[in-house]
Each structure stands twice: as structure tokens, then as C-alpha cells.
Design a protein around this ligand. Sequence first.
Ligand SMILES: [Cu+2]
Length: 143
Amino acid sequence: MLRLIVLLSSLVTFMLNAEVAITDATIRLLPPGVPNTAAYFSLQNSSDKKLTLIGATAGFATKAEIHNHVMVNNMMSMQQQSEVVIESGKKVQFAPGGLHIMLFGLTHPLQAGQSLTISLQTKEGKVIDVIANVARPAAHSHH
Ligand SMILES: [Cu+2]
């Protein structure tokens, strides 16, 4: 009986995880001494319900926020987002120049190749773990 319960609960966990797929998760590696950085990923909502991201936490940063780049008086600036809605069947990209997870006050220096976890909170009561790879920004390089 106990074995059956364990089997059933692991199946449920698997099904819940399959509803949300995170791909291309990266944390931007910046020069040592820069206290803040950003994380990017794609989130596919394959569940039959919408997902509403309302916040983020990371063990390696003092504070994590959902940000977007917006035009204010012809100037690009970053704004904290209180909600990001991902409708059922939709994919949302967190990418440079758009949505990102802002990581404030890194508690220790990051290293290329590290895997670090960022937890996303949803209004629906889920926690989505994003396992992100620390990497140097590839874009804007002319070398
Ligand atoms: Cu930001």
C-alpha cells in the first residue's frame, strides 16, 4: 500500500512538472564587482490554465524582481512587473531588451558554467524552479 502511494505521488509530481517547460535559462556573467545581473529563459505553459508570475527569489542574490524594458519619453528604462501572465499553450521569452529576472546584490561572485536555481512564484500558488547556467553575454561581441 505504501509503495502504491509513493508511486502515485511521484507520477503526480511528474505531471505537474511537465506542464511548465523552461528552456535556455541563463544568468549573465558580468565583470567581478558588479553587484547586480539578470537572468533570461523561455517558459512554455503547456497546462490548461493560465500562469501568472508574481515574483522571484534566488539563494545567491539579496533580491530578485521580474523586470521589463519599456519606453518612457523615448528612453528605454526598466520597470518592475507585478504580474506576467502566460496563457495556456503560450510561450513567453525572458530575453535581453525585454522581460528579465533582475538579480540584486549577488552574495558571492558568479563563475562561468555554474548552475544556479531561481524560484518563480505564481499567483496560482506554484513555485517554478529555473535552473540557469551562468554565461558571458554572447551578443554585442565583435571578437
Ligand atoms: Cu532589470
